[in-house]
Design a protein around this ligand. Structure first.
Ligand code: GDP
Length: 332
C-alpha cells in the first residue's frame, strides 16, 4: 500500500466512524456520576394508606418518626407539609428521593380551601428555583420542585368527593397529578372496575387535567403499544400497600394476611401496584420531571415575569405622572 492509498484508507475509515456515536455513553456516564433526584408528593385523607404505600414502593421506612394525632387534635389541625429524604442506590445508580406528605389534609371538620397550603408549598418551591436560577451562582441549585402528586381517592365513596374535585382542580396546573384508588383490597374486582370508570368520567366531567402519559411512537412494537394502552386504562391505579412480608404458595411476598387468604401487593391480578411502580420509576420518571420543568414551572415563570413587568410599568407611569420632566420625550 503506497502513501496516497493509506490516506484514502484512513479517510474512508474516518467517514465510517467519527466517534459521535459515543455521545449517549458520555451523557449516561455524566448523569450516573451526578445522580438523580425525584420529588413525590402524596395527598389525600389520612388513613388511606399513603405512608404504607410509599414504604412499599421504595422499600424503605420513610415514616419512622411519624406522630399520629388523636381525634381531638385533628379537629383543629391545619394541613402541615412534611418532607422526608432518602438516598437510595441500585446497581451504582444513586437516587435522592424526597417524599412530601400532607398530614392533616381533609381531617378537620371544615375542610374548605385545605388544598391552599399544598398549592402554596408547590409555588414556594417554584419561587425558590426561580430566585436561584436568576441569582449569581446557578451551578449548584437545589431543585425541590414537586414532580408528581399521588392523589389518594377513598374506596368507600361513590366516585370523587367534593374535596377531591376541589383539590385536583386547584393543583392540576401546578403539578402532575396521578390519581390512585386506595385500599383496593376492600373492593371486589367488579367494584374496582366500576369505580375506575366512574372516577375517569368525573375527572373528564369536571375538567380536571391529570398527568397525561405521552403518546407512544408509531414505530414502537405491538407489545409496547399494548402495555401503554393498559397503563392509560388503569387510571386511577387501584393500589394496595403493606409493610409486612407474608408467605404465599411457599414464597415470601409483601402482602396482607386475611382469614380468607392473602392479598399480594406485587401480584398484578390483585392490584395495579406494579404498574404504578413501573410507571413512576422505570418508564415515566424522566417524563414527569420534563413536564414539571417545561409546563408547570414555565407557566409559573411566565406569570412571575409578567407581573414583574407590570410592576415596573406601573412604577414608571407613577414616576412620569409625578415628575414628567424625567420622562424621555415629554414636553418640558
Ligand atoms: P396514611 O395516614 O394515609 O399515611 O395511612 P397509613 O399508611 O398510616 O395506613 C392507615 C391504616 O390503613 C393502617 O392500619 C394500615 O395498615 C392500613 N392500610 C394501609 N394500606 C392499606 C391497604 O392497601 N389496604 C388495607 N385494607 N389497609 C391498608
Amino acid at each position: 500500500m503506497n502513501y496516497s492509498s493509506i490516506l484514502v484508507f484512513f479517510k474512508d475509515q474516518d467517514k465510517e466512524y467519527v466517534g459521535f456515536a459515543t455521545l449517549p455513553n458520555q451523557v449516561h456516564r455524566k448523569s450516573v456520576k451526578k445522580g438523580f433526584d425525584f420529588t413525590l408528593m402524596v395527598a389525600g385523607e389520612s388513613g388511606l394508606g399513603k405512608s404504607t404505600l410509599v414504604n412499599s414502593l421504595f422499600l424503605t421506612d420513610l415514616y419512622k418518626d411519624r406522630k399520629l394525632l388523636n381525634a381531638e387534635e385533628r379537629i383543629t389541625q391545619t394541613v402541615e407539609i412534611t418532607k422526608h429524604t432518602v438516598d437510595i442506590e441500585e446497581k451504582g445508580v444513586k437516587l435522592k428521593l424526597t417524599i412530601v406528605d400532607t398530614p392533616g389534609f381533609g381531617d378537620a371538620v371544615n375542610n374548605t380551601e385545605c388544598w391552599k397550603s399544598v398549592a402554596d408549598y408547590i409555588d414556594q418551591q417554584f419561587e425558590q428555583y426561580f430566585r436561584d436560577e436568576s441569582g449569581l451562582n446557578r451551578k449548584n441549585i437545589q431543585d425541590n420542585r414537586v414532580h408528581c402528586c399521588l392523589y389518594f381517592i377513598s374506596p368507600f365513596g361513590h366516585g370523587l368527593r367534593p374535596l377531591d374535585v376541589e383539590f385536583m382542580k386547584a393543583l392540576h396546573e401546578k403539578v402532575n397529578i396521578v390519581p390512585v384508588l386506595a385500599k383496593a383490597d376492600t373492593l371486589t374486582p367488579s367494584e374496582v372496575k366500576k369505580k375506575k370508570i366512574k372516577i375517569r368520567e368525573e375527572i373528564e366531567q369536571y375538567g380536571i387535567k391529570i398527568y397525561q402519559f405521552p403518546d407512544c411512537d408509531s414505530d414502537e412494537d405491538e407489545e409496547f403499544k399494548q402495555q401503554d394502552l393498559e397503563l392509560k386504562e388503569s387510571i386511577p391505579f387501584a393500589v394496595i400497600g403493606s409493610n409486612t412480608v407474608v408467605e404465599a404458595k411457599g414464597k415470601r411476598v409483601r402482602g396482607r394476611l386475611y382469614p380468607w387468604g392473602i392479598v399480594e401487593v406485587e401480584n398484578s391480578a390483585h392490584c395495579d401496584f406494579v404498574k404504578l411502580r413501573n410507571m413512576l420509576v422505570r418508564t415515566h420518571m424522566q417524563d414527569l420531571k420534563d413536564v414539571t420543568r417545561e409546563t408547570h414551572y414555565e407557566n409559573y415563570r411566565a406569570q412571575c415575569i409578567q407581573s414583574m413587568t407590570r410592576m415596573v410599568w406601573l412604577d414608571d407611569t407613577t414616576v412620569s405622572k409625578k415628575h414628567p420632566e424625567t420622562v424621555w420625550g415629554s414636553e418640558r
